[in-house]
Design a protein around this ligand. Structure first.
Ligand SMILES: Nc1ncnc2c1ncn2[C@@H]1O[C@H](COP(=O)(O)OP(=O)(O)OP(=O)(O)O)[C@@H](O)[C@H]1O
Length: 711
């Protein structure tokens, strides 16, 4: 049924609507350039008609959902037809309305139940809960062939309740979770007061309750990340969200895993699974494939690997083309400790050569990619890296052949194999896990991350959630293939990922913080974080002292702080002071231990001495060789990025004071930076700190076979 202006009237009406048609559950309006459909659900059912000099006009009030109502006028209509037409329209709308009201009768309780589902949801509401709810809501409308506009017109109260969950679900969820968290913090107050030796602070409590599908707690040294991890495991069990055996805590090293076990050593926590990545990979393989992997002695015994390398090198050099390649390379790029004159075959047992080869071979093996793919990743211009790849590839192939012949595996292959199995099975339902937590997440490598992804993002069933704690400022395992970008890019990597932080450090005072926090942030690639110390003092706490002053410093500590712990830290094992044993026996009143920076991670002591902070020693002037550099993450734009993080780790092990021992004739560029940058440090090197040219980088073969994780 249609009412339209005459041709003459249309000419006068120009751009306005001149025609209205009553269609099924809607009105259709036409103008010279436009055609508009107004569903009954958006129209209030009223028609206002007015008489002009020649023609009549009709105005309808239309309210698109959640927008202010607006009037639409149709001009040039015949006045004598207009009144009757308006009555027909109003009657049609009325009939539609009563029909819809009848139709919606059975849906109304369903929709109210859906609203109740959200209101009654207990616990932290994850994003997928809302998505599933939205799907159910839309399906209900679909089943009854009702549009949201109809709901908004006929059941405005229901519509107002569901609207935020449909339009701004993230905001609605955040507001709801905030309310839930505030209530839960009150209910669980005494738990949070007593779960660790000191009451958790408000951000730590919130971090414990945070429960998205993928969570990263990113916070500086000594902020209590490990405390949060332990408290969270206990909260999940005590709040009966899961059985202890449904929780897995992953650590990178056996020592760290043992410490976590120790901290969870309460009867009610019996059954919580604590493992290294390798240990857990073995469990995956055993549980999901039924095979117990056997680890090759090449991966665990230095002597076996050395014998293998000797044989592999000798066999490789039996091929003339390879021998020529090696000879040519060594003539241009001597390897320190490897004699270049004479027969290469005589060098097959050389320990230095083994180190050189294994460093590259193990990095290749860690990539868990074919040699062809790796070759494609290296730039054609990087001839040296490509040559090294060609030199080492036969050893890698021989290694694979040997493992295959023994039906054995190694640690990298364990992770790859476990990942493959998880992917094949689309998750690890049979593992019975619901909460996976990871300590020291900043040390994650691409291969380990793939395993976590396969475990925690499967779309087959509801996979376990991931809760990781870490600190990109303390990422110190790049040389073993760890990639700090995997931490800084967490939310891009994991859907429904949330990063939270802690901003209070309990370990060190503000004067150590002033030095350490500023020093680490000189690298703009590190994430900006605020880290306030609980312990505030005015006296400087970092001292740069001459190399030989260790004994005097320890005597002073022993005299003033009986029972104190002192950690002597060096960049590597060779930096352990010659007098160390004598120091230990000279000062029995204090406990003195030595650790490399890598081993000191996660530790704390009252006082710290960092030794050999000299030019060429710390930062280590490592010039990574071509292939090694090509295989590791690129940090080429930032000088000493990893060494800077190592120095940060060393500084932040101390609770009270740090001494940086340095040779005034050959100080480290870091010492220069602290003095010239006017950091709040005591400078006991005197005014004449030598300004040596920074040592030319030398090639130092870091031994990555001994990764912190030891199975
Ligand atoms: N809320 C708190 N109140 C008092 N002390 C705390 C609190 N939380 C943690 N601590 C203490 O702070 C120190 C550091 O805690 P923890 O080792 O968990 O920190 P972390 O963030 O894991 O450190 P790092 O990254 O350096 O390994 C510990 O001695 C711990 O007992």
């Amino acid at each position: 049924m249609k009412l339209a202006a005459s041709r003459l009237a249309q000419w006068f009406v120009q751009g306005e609507h001149f025609s209205i048609t009553l269609d099924k559950h809607c009105l259709k309006l036409e103008s010279k350039d436009m055609f508009e459909t107004v569903p009954f659900a958006l129209w209030d059912g009223q028609c206002r008609i007015e008489r002009g000099i020649f023609w009549g006009r009709m105005t309808l009030m239309v309210a698109p959902m959640d927008e202010p109502a607006r009037g639409i006028t149709i001009y040039g209509l015949s006045w004598w037809k207009l009144k009757g037409f308006a009555e027909t329209l109003a009657a049609a709308h009325q009939a539609w309305l009563s029909n819809q009201t009848t139709l919606l009768k059975p849906i109304e309780p369903l929709l109210n139940n859906l609203v109740d589902e959200l209101n009654d949801f207990s616990g932290y509401m994850r994003a997928d809960v809302v998505r599933q709810w939205q799907d159910k809501f839309h399906k209900t409308l679909n089943d009854y062939q009702v549009s949201l506009a109809v709901i908004s017109a006929i059941l405005p109260a229901v519509y107002q309740k569901v609207r935020p969950w449909l339009e701004v679900p993230d905001d609605a969820r955040e507001a709801r979770n905030h309310r839930w968290m505030e209530g839960t913090l009150q209910t669980w107050q005494s738990f949070f007061d007593t779960v660790e030796s000191s009451p958790l602070n408000p951000s730590q409590r919130r971090a414990v309750l945070q429960d998205e599908s993928h969570n990263l707690l990113l916070a500086g040294a000594g902020s209590g990340k490990t405390s949060v991890l332990v408290a969270r495991a206990r909260y999940l069990v005590e709040s009966q969200q899961c059985e202890p055996s449904e929780i897995l805590l992953l650590a990178f090293g056996r020592k760290a895993a043992d410490e976590l076990k120790e901290r969870l050593n309460q009867p009610e926590m019996a059954g919580v699974r604590v493992a290294t990545f390798h240990g857990f990979a073995i469990e995956i393989i055993k549980t999901l494939s039924g095979n117990a992997p056997s680890i090759s002695p090449l991966a665990t015994e230095d002597a076996s690997r050395s014998a293998f390398l000797t044989q592999a090198l000798a066999e490789m050099w039996g091929i003339k083309a390879q021998l020529n390649r090696w000879n040519k390379y060594l003539a241009e790029n001597p390897i320190s400790g490897v004699v270049t004159e004479g027969e290469l075959a005589e060098q097959a047992h050389s320990e230095k050569l083994h180190q050189w080869v294994w460093r590259r071979a193990s990095l290749i093996l860690q990539q868990s990619e074919s040699l062809t793919k790796l070759k494609q990743k290296i730039s054609d211009d990087d001839k040296k890296a490509l040559t090294e790849l060609a030199m080492v590839s036969p050893v890698v192939k021989a290694y694979h052949t040997s493992l295959k012949a023994d039906s054995a595996t190694d640690f990298d292959m364990l992770i790859t194999e476990a990942t493959k199995i998880l992917r094949r099975k689309q998750g690890g339902d049979a593992l019975g896990l619901r909460f996976v937590m990871v300590d020291e997440y900043q040390d994650i490598s691409p291969a380990r991350l793939s395993m976590l992804e396969a475990l925690c993002t499967s779309n087959k069933s509801s996979p376990p959630s991931l809760f990781a704690v870490g600190d990109d400022w303390q990422a110190i395992y790049r040389f073993t293939g760890a990639d700090v970008n995997l931490t800084t890019g967490f939310v891009e990597r994991f859907s429904d990922g949330k990063v939270t932080s802690l901003d209070t450090t309990y370990r060190f005072n503000n004067m150590i913080g002033e030095v350490a926090n500023r020093f680490i942030q000189q690298n703009p690639a590190q994430l900006e974080k605020s880290l306030q110390s609980v312990k505030i003092q005015k006296k400087k706490a970092v001292t740069i002292s001459p190399s030989g002053s260790g004994q005097t410093i320890l005597a002073d500590i022993a005299a003033k702080h009986q029972g104190a712990s002192v950690l002597v830290i060096g960049r590597n094992h060779h930096h352990k002071p010659d007098d160390f044993a004598q120091w230990q026996s000279a000062f029995p009143a204090i406990s003195i231990s030595y650790q490399t920076v890598h081993a000191s991670k996660g530790r704390e002591a009252d006082f710290v001495l960092i030794c050999q902070v000299n030019n060429g020693s710390f930062p280590t002037s490592v010039r990574q060789e071509a292939l090694v550099d090509a295989l590791l993450t690129d940090e080429s734009g930032i000088e000493y990025a990893e060494e800077r993080r190592l120095f940060y780790v060393a500084l932040t092990r101390s609770k009270q004071s740090v001494w940086i021992l340095s040779d005034s004739q050959n100080p480290s560029p870091f010492v220069h930076e602290l003095i010239e940058g006017e950091y709040p440090v005591f400078n006991k090197l005197g005014r004449k700190v030598a300004r040596n040219p920074v040592n030319e980088p030398v090639v130092i073969e870091q031994d990555n076979a001994k990764h912190q994780e030891d199975g």
